[in-house]
Design a protein around this ligand. Structure first.
Ligand code: GDP
Ligand code: MG
Length: 163
C-alpha cells in the first residue's frame, strides 16, 4: 500500500543512480554497460515528512534491437499500471533519442501523472542543452544531476504534491 512512483527510461539514463539517491541507500546496481540484466528494485523514499515507494524499472534482457524496444515499452506499460505516478527519466548527453520519443508517446496517453526529468545536467552548458527536451511536449520538466543531487529537491517537491 502507499503512494508508488516508478522511474522509467532508457538504459543508462541514470534511473538506478536517481533511485539510490531518492532512497538514500545504495541498493540498485549502477552499471556503465547499457542493457545489463537487472531486476526491478523497490525502495522507500521520504521527503518533507511524506513517505512513498519507489520502483527502479531496470530489468530486461535485450536479445535484439526489436525485443529491446518492445521490453522497454512493456516496462512503461507495467509501470503505468503499478505506480501512482511515473517519473520519466532522459539524458541530456544523448539528447532526445527515438526510444525516448516512443516512450513519450506512450506516456502522453497515461492516465497517471507523468513527471519528466532530464538527467546528467551537471553544469550550466548542459542546462542550455537540456532545453531541447521542452520539444517533447511533456510538462512538467525538471533538470537534474543525480550524481550531485542538484535539482532533486525541486523534483521531490513536485512528486510530493501528489501525495
Ligand atoms: P540506468 O541504466 O538508467 O539505471 O542508469 P545508471 O544509474 O546505471 O547510470 C548509467 C551511467 O550514468 C553510470 O555511469 C552513472 O554513473 C551515470 N550517471 C547517472 N546519473 C548521472 C548524472 O547525473 N551525471 C553524470 N555525468 N552521469 C550520471
Ligand atoms: Mg539501472
Amino acid at each position: 500500500a502507499g503512494f508508488t512512483v516508478a522511474i522509467v527510461g532508457r538504459p543508462n539514463v541514470g534511473k538506478s543512480t536517481l533511485f539510490n539517491r531518492l532512497i538514500e541507500q545504495r541498493k540498485a546496481i549502477v552499471d556503465d554497460v547499457s542493457g545489463v540484466t537487472r531486476d526491478r528494485q523497490y525502495g522507500v523514499a521520504e521527503w518533507n515528512g511524506k513517505t512513498f515507494n519507489v520502483i527502479d524499472t531496470g530489468g530486461f534482457v535485450p536479445h535484439s534491437d526489436d525485443v529491446f524496444e518492445k521490453e522497454i515499452r512493456k516496462q512503461v506499460v507495467i509501470a503505468m499500471q503499478e505506480a501512482n505516478l511515473i517519473l520519466f527519466l532522459t539524458d541530456v548527453t544523448t539528447g532526445i533519442t527515438d526510444l525516448d520519443a516512443s516512450m513519450a508517446d506512450i506516456l502522453r496517453r497515461s492516465d497517471k501523472p507523468v513527471i519528466t526529468a532530464v538527467n546528467k545536467v551537471d553544469n550550466p552548458q548542459r542546462a542550455l542543452d537540456a532545453n531541447e527536451f521542452y520539444g517533447m511536449g511533456l510538462d512538467p520538466l525538471f533538470f537534474l544531476s543525480s550524481i550531485s543531487g542538484s535539482g532533486t529537491g525541486e523534483l521531490l517537491d513536485e512528486v510530493t504534491k501528489y501525495i
